[in-house]
Design a protein around this ligand. Structure first.
Ligand SMILES: Nc1nc2c(ncn2[C@@H]2O[C@H](COP(=O)(O)OP(=O)(O)OP(=O)(O)O)[C@@H](O)[C@H]2O)c(=O)[nH]1
Ligand SMILES: [Mg+2]
Length: 419
């Protein structure tokens, strides 16, 4: 809270810049307007104040200063006029672009990636989350370690500050390398630990449903509503950075595990994808993907495309998908209802996580998908393996059962994992 108050006192005034290359293929067709609006939301979440925008139409950004010469002059005037403290580019800037712009403009230069990294740093709560953020920041910074060390100065912490000479850069590089390898070791331990837990879960054969979706879609709200929990759900981007798992008993009595995950966003920095791989990959261990969509957002279709692209990047493919079109309460009755379609999903359902609408239908769908993913087995289980038989009874549907000399003969539909 104190942190927030401090930020309220002096917010950095930021001008957003972007190059509109009219390349409709990139960005999943997300409009420049939507992308800039999102960058504004990101900046606000990071505690800054967006005060203006400048867009240049050109084939592509210049490699030296991102904008062309004339436009940089215009930007300089705008900075003075709006007393801006910083510039935020909607694309990832190269080290050279960053350095040159800083030289030209004399204000802090950042890009979308840095803003997202900042938010992640602010919202990281667990040890794992903090390590992952620091790893991503260090990797990003180490690429930008050039004469001026602009990026490094943002990290505080004493490694590398402004204006180091060549020798200093070498030292910084080594410090960063050491720190990265230390963090990786720590992260490995945590990940190993989680694998043990995951194995235990698998042994218990409780199906796992991973909730995925664009940031702010309502994933945590849904988990809270379904499982009566109170994990943080808030109207901000990347409220959730850690995977949280809760038990849920379906109407049929079957137990499942629901996992809430970190949200996706367009142009998710690859440093973050790499660093957060273990968290993001939670979805890979799930039996079913529950895709939550903010259907009140007019960019929901493109956001869905980003989600599927990210799942592909994480090699999370071939699992049954249920898409929940959330926030249906938010669509004004006067407006034409949005077309809610997801051809990639096996099932879709309209819900309001906040007001609890459509949740029965949703849990029924989860049951349906789980029962569909069961397979028929026919075997004789030795009497010494009573525990296994109990699992079959608990999680499967017995079609035929017969007590024989060698053991219990069964014919049953069981979850794939029991085979
Ligand atoms: N009107 C309405 N608002 C909703 C609904 N579901 C979620 N919200 C709101 O949407 C905002 C984001 O919800 P979260 O549950 O934090 O979203 P998330 O997907 O977990 O977001 P991140 O963790 O930040 O990626 C909150 O302000 C919620 O109250 C809904 O069904 N209707
Ligand atoms: Mg969340």
């Amino acid at each position: 809270m104190q942190e927030i108050l401090k930020e309220e006192q002096k917010k950095e005034r930021v001008i957003l810049i972007a190059v509109d290359s009219d390349d409709s293929g990139k960005n999943f067709g997300i409009s420049m307007e939507a992308s800039l609006k999102e960058l504004e939301d990101l900046l606000e979440t990071a505690g800054a104040e967006p005060v203006g925008r400048m867009v240049q139409n050109r084939e592509r950004a210049t490699s030296s200063t991102y904008f062309g010469k004339g436009k940089v002059e215009e930007l300089k005037a705008m900075i003075a006029e709006l007393s801006a403290d910083a510039i935020a580019a909607d694309d990832e800037l190269s080290p050279a672009q960053m350095r040159n712009l800083e030289d030209e403009l004399g204000v802090k230069i950042c890009d979308r990636t840095m803003v997202i990294l900042d938010i992640f740093a602010k919202h990281a709560r667990t040890k794992e989350g903090k390590i992952q953020v620091e790893l991503a920041q260090l990797r990003y910074a180490s690429q930008r370690l050039t004469g001026k060390g602009i990026a490094m100065s943002r990290l505080g912490g004493g490694i590398g500050t402004r204006g180091p000479g060549e020798k200093k850069i070498e030292q910084d590089r080594r410090l960063i390398r050491d720190r990265i390898s230390h963090l990786k070791d720590e992260l490995d331990d945590i990940v190993k630990n989680r694998e043990v837990l995951r194995k235990q879960r698998e042994r218990n054969m409780v199906p796992v449903i991973a909730i995925v979706g664009y940031t702010n879609a309502g994933k945590s709200t849904l988990l809270n509503k379904l499982t009566d929990s109170d994990i943080l759900a808030a109207d901000m981007l990347f409220a959730t950075l850690d995977a949280t798992t809760r038990n849920l008993k379906l109407p049929s009595g079957q137990e499942i595990l629901l996992t809430d995950t970190v949200g996706f966003i367009n142009k998710l920095p690859h440093h973050l994808v790499d660093a957060f791989r273990s968290t993001l990959e939670e979805a890979n261990y799930a039996d079913v993907i529950l895709h939550v969509v903010d259907s009140a957002n007019k960019d929901s279709a493109t956001q869905m495309a980003v989600v599927y692209d990210t799942l592909n990047r994480l090699k999370c493919i071939g699992k049954p998908v249920i898409t929940a079109f959330n926030k249906v309460d938010k669509v004004p009755a006067s407006e034409e209802p949005p077309i809610l379609k997801d051809l990639r999903a096996d099932y879709t359902v309209k819900i309001s996580a906040k007001f609890g609408e459509g949740l029965e239908e949703l849990t029924a769908l989860i049951e349906k998908v789980l029962s569909e993913s069961k397979v028929l087995i026919e075997k004789t289980i030795p009497y010494s393996e009573g525990a296994y038989l109990n699992q079959v009874r608990k999680f499967g549907q017995i079609v035929e059962e017969d007590y024989r000399a060698e053991g219990t003969y069964i014919k049953a539909y069981v979850p794939r994992r029991l085979v």
